[in-house]
Design a protein around this ligand. Structure first.
Ligand SMILES: [Zn+2]
Length: 290
């Protein structure tokens, strides 16, 4: 099966750089805001990025149970096509909802970690890529993704043959003006350390790795990044104990304001590159350790 999967990818792989068309600014957007939506998908991740030039990037699609939610969310925003989809890694809580997204939306390009998997969900995902003839780039690590000349999107981590799915997650940094986001997917402390070794990282907004799991988010990492705002994406009734108290402790120690999709529902952060604001739908604003 792995050989078959590899064959499907081999047919789809495009050069590392995205097509020139994606590099060009699209329409003029007078507001010039970057909006990052952390969609409440229950236990999983799905993050919609609306670049200042209007281009749309979706990072993950949550579990299969969230497919209707994610597609409805995109339609509510008037979105019919996505300039880029990033599948951070092949776990079901990240690609499960993507299958319907790939089927129902015009996806112009997809970036995959290159990590192969043998689940039915992963096979459905590959099938849609093939059926819809979506161009695929395998993230090689340390490259820039250009969807808007004013927005710097950088790959910080991707797979190698010796890593697990979570360790292979595509982690991304987004920089717009003075505001930085880190989207850590499900990476673990080893990958965080490697990212820190490679570069100095500070970010106003951190999407905490792996739903607040104890496998991730070392104090060294949090101390270096020093987020003002931390986002946790998980389901209230998850069976994994996410998020663990230690992670909440560390975030509170550095003074981060913590939002979770389980408490607040969808979380939208909008920024003009100088300041940012957090919009939430629920009443419970902040997650505080009891
Ligand atoms: Zn996950």
């Amino acid at each position: 099966m792995v050989r078959l999967i590899a064959a499907i990818f081999a047919l789809c792989i495009f050069p590392l750089l995205l097509p020139a068309a994606l590099n060009a600014a699209s329409r003029h957007d007078s507001i010039q805001e970057l909006k990052v939506h952390f969609i409440d998908v229950g236990q999983g991740d799905s993050i919609l990025v609306e670049a200042p030039n209007g281009r749309k990037m979706l990072v993950d699609g949550g579990p299969p149970s969230a497919a209707e939610k994610v597609t409805a969310y995109l339609r509510e925003k008037g979105i019919e096509s996505l300039d880029l989809v990033v599948a951070t890694h092949p776990d079901i809580d990240h690609i499960g909802g993507l299958v319907q997204v790939l089927r129902e939306f015009n996806v112009k390009h997809l970036i995959d970690s290159g990590k192969l998997y043998t689940t039915t969900t992963y096979f459905h995902y590959l099938h849609q890529i093939q059926k819809q003839k979506i161009p695929v780039t395998i993230a090689a690590g340390e490259e820039n993704i250009v969807i808007d000349p004013k927005l710097t999107v950088r790959v910080l981590n991707t797979q190698n043959a010796f890593k697990t799915n979570n360790q292979s997650s595509i982690a991304l940094s987004l920089k717009y003006g003075q505001i930085d986001f880190l989207l850590m997917a499900d990476v673990e402390t080893n990958q965080e350390q490697k990212i820190l070794d490679a570069k100095q990282l500070e970010a106003e907004i951190l999407k905490v790795a792996h739903h607040g799991s104890g496998t991730s988010t070392s104090f060294d990492f949090i101390r270096e990044v020093r987020p003002e705002t931390a986002i946790l994406s998980y389901s209230k009734d998850n069976a994994f104990g996410h998020p663990v108290d230690r992670v909440i402790d560390y975030l509170q120690l550095v003074g981060a304001t913590i939002y979770s999709t389980a408490k607040t529902g969808d979380i939208v952060i909008r920024t003009d590159g100088k300041t940012y604001q957090v919009d939430i739908s629920g009443k419970d604003r902040v997650l505080i350790k009891p």
